[in-house]
Write a protein of this length. Structure first.
Length: 298
């Protein structure tokens, strides 16, 4: 079965037999010793000074010492690291609900700061957990990039959402029937496996109301978003113990009223390989509705 992902235009092949392949390669586990960890609070001398702190210094924002992009004339941008815990061993599945609230609130606060910079056209927030997800440090952290241009993927997504609203008269996300693909929901958010998932056990989290940006969430919604994000990661961990993953936050920027912000969780269960890189197509070894059922029943 082949599907085209609505939001990105990329194709995915659902090949269920791929899951039966023997895996003889040992999984790499990223472990940074505390004495070499720049994100441990006792090693603050290894990193730039904090720009922002929250939750009794549990959460700290610093400039990235090795930025993808810098503040110069040719390619203006900002690259931050958001350290979300003092504890070298903890990760999101171990955080309290209060900790999660302050984490999501910190993201909102930082977005508000960055949106004051009129030179920025887009802000990308993401988390790489584990070596297979591209992390270079095992201490839990996020990265936040402000760019002076809009990436092509985001241009395509915004155009598709605008086109859908013009043709259907309503938001794409607001019109989806999530019944068969629902993973979990609370009063204000729902988590689901997209019907055109590119990745095995991919989960998206969206607000039930049409909200374009995390910046517009009040404290009640921030708390509920933190709870559902942790819940989804716990469910994934119970299926794939200590799974590596990426979290990507997609916000509308400035006046993108058609946008419906969402958070994408990408478990790094199967590595991208030659076929994916050479064709731009993805291979998924589980149907989204089956992935959702397995997650929902945990």
């Amino acid at each position: 079965m082949i599907k085209k992902n609505f939001l990105t235009g990329e194709y995915v092949i659902y090949s269920l037999d791929r899951a039966k392949r023997p895996q003889n390669i040992k999984k790499d586990i990223l472990i940074t010793p505390v004495k070499f960890c720049p994100f441990c609070i006792e090693n603050k001398h290894m990193t730039p000074k904090e720009i922002y702190t929250s939750f009794n210094d549990e959460i700290r924002l610093i400039d990235n010492k090795y930025p993808i992009i810098t503040d110069d004339r040719e390619a203006y941008g900002i690259h931050y690291v958001l350290i979300d815990t003092k504890d070298h061993e903890k990760n999101i599945i171990n955080y309290t609900d209060e900790h999660m609230f302050y984490l999501i609130k910190s993201i909102k606060d930082i977005l508000n700061i960055l949106y004051e910079d009129k030179k920025l056209k887009y802000v990308q927030i993401f988390k790489n957990k584990g070596i297979n997800a591209g992390a270079s440090q095992s201490h839990s952290h996020w990265q936040i990039l402000g760019l002076s241009m809009l990436p092509n993927k985001q241009k395509y997504m915004i155009n598709m959402l605008k086109q859908y609203e013009r043709e259907k008269g309503k938001c794409y996300f607001c019109s989806i029937d999530y019944t068969n693909n629902l993973v979990y929901e609370n009063n204000s958010f729902l988590a689901f496996c997209p019907k055109d998932s590119l990745y095995c056990y991919e989960i998206n989290i969206i607000p039930k109301k049409h909200i374009t940006n995390i910046r517009y969430l009040d404290d009640i919604l921030l708390k509920q978003l933190g709870v559902i994000l942790k819940k989804c990661l716990i469910k994934l961990d119970l299926i794939y113990s200590n799974v590596d993953y990426n979290i990507c936050v997609y916000n509308g920027f400035r006046e993108d009223n058609e946008y419906h912000f969402f958070i994408q969780i990408i478990p790094r269960v199967g590595n991208l390989a030659g076929f994916e890189f050479s064709t731009g197509m993805f291979v998924n070894s589980i149907l989204p509705e089956d992935a959702a059922k397995n997650l929902r029943e945990i």
